[in-house]
Design a protein around this ligand. Structure first.
Ligand SMILES: *Cc1c(COP(=O)(O)O)cnc(C)c1O
Length: 359
């Protein structure tokens, strides 16, 4: 029996990548705002239809950097139903995470945000988890009313649009991840997207020790640059990402047609107003752990993603208890099924057969 893995990175043609990096062996232009980095930033603005982008070394450092560049202090409202990176970025910058529960679409419950706001609250960091958009309009209203910043963890959102506009254009800033396991990758990498020109310029300096063009440090900063080898991977992968998303869409349509309406399985309610990238396919099932094991016995590798939730993790046990029942319930029942740009429909059918026969 062959293995069906949960993810497979988007990989460009070998020759294409080698041809792109070849000139670097004579030029020695490996990093520091190189030509490939600049080309990738410009192409991504076009592809994603966004105004500004600052490429950095990872999605995590994109979030950490934008938090620092905004000079946030105090409490940040976020959700525990996410990859631990979101919470780490908040805490490592001296901020206190205040956890808000999620709703049925896995994203922050905007109706529960206001009751968590105190005079220490400085920002809201919601997560478009699985590439499913948060209620950005309601969140914007709350943020305006209470004078809070909004940074979206849009790590999963390459190419996602809401009402015909890139999801990355909402809020004061969004961060995205280009890690190898994401829809589109630069091996490791990430970016901050913001409409705020001043913030963008600050981030451009921040990523390189805070140095301006005269070699003068304008701020205490760090090194989160993306090198040319990774930018080359990003440029090559841009030629393949459309096809990969298209294949993902076909796989998800088949998953939905096989699993929707089956007693014991809950799936996300896809909306007309959203252009999805089909980054993940989570289902909620009561016998999650047993089903996970059965699938594994059949060489089908899923992920309990996101379990355990952040509030249950060892390093965050010290935090106050929060009312996040739905996050806990979903974490106990969620199973993310295999999904990538090369997953065959035959494999999707095999996975669905095993699930349906073992509920
Ligand atoms: C992947 C991910 C990150 C971190 O991105 P990296 O590029 O791996 O640093 C942050 N938040 C979420 C929700 C993620 O899935």
């Amino acid at each position: 029996m062959k293995d069906i893995n949960i993810v497979k990175p988007l990989i460009p043609s070998y020759d294409e990548y080698i041809n792109m990096i070849k000139p670097m062996f004579s030029s020695g232009s490996f990093t520091n705002n190189g030509p490939l980095l600049r080309e990738l930033e410009s192409k991504l603005c076009g592809y994603l239809d966004i105004k500004n982008i600052t490429l950095v070394s990872s999605g995590h450092m994109a979030l950490s950097s934008v938090i620092r560049a905004m000079e946030l202090k105090g409490e940040v409202i976020t959700t525990p139903y996410t990859f631990v990176s979101t919470t780490h970025a908040i805490v490592e910058n001296g901020l206190t995470p205040i956890f808000c529960d999620i709703k049925d679409d896995f994203t922050i419950d905007e109706d529960k945000i206001e009751e968590l706001i105190t005079d220490k609250t400085c920002a809201i960091i919601p997560v478009h988890v699985y590439g499913y958009p948060c209620n950005v309009k309601k969140i914007e209203k709350i943020a305006k009313k209470h004078n809070l910043k909004v940074i979206y963890d849009a790590a999963h959102c390459f190419g996602v649009e809401l009402d015909g506009k890139s999801i990355l254009e909402y809020g004061d800033a969004s961060i995205i991840s280009f890690h190898a396991t994401k829809v589109y990758n630069t091996i490791e990498g990430g970016a901050v997207v913001t409409k705020d020109k001043t913030l963008k310029e600050k981030l451009d300096v921040f990523r390189n020790f805070g140095l301006d063009s005269d070699g003068e440090a304008l701020m205490v900063a760090t090194n989160v640059k993306m090198d040319e080898f990774r930018a080359a991977m990003g440029l090559c992968n841009l030629n393949y990402v459309d096809e990969a998303i298209n294949n993902r869409r076909k796989a998800v349509k088949l998953y939905i047609s096989r699993l929707k309406g089956i007693k014991g399985i809950t799936i996300y309610d896809y909306k007309e107003s959203v252009k999805y990238n089909y980054a993940y396919f989570p289902i909620l099932v009561d016998n999650r752990d047993k089903l996970f094991d059965v699938l594994k016995d059949n060489h089908i590798y899923c992920k309990k993603y996101y379990y355990p939730i952040v509030t249950d993790m060892t390093c965050y046990k010290y935090l106050d208890h929060f009312k996040v029942e739905k996050s806990i319930d979903f974490a106990n029942r969620v199973l993310v099924l295999p999904l990538h740009g090369e997953l065959s429909l035959e494999d999707v059918n095999t996975i669905c057969d095993v699930i349906i026969n073992n509920l």
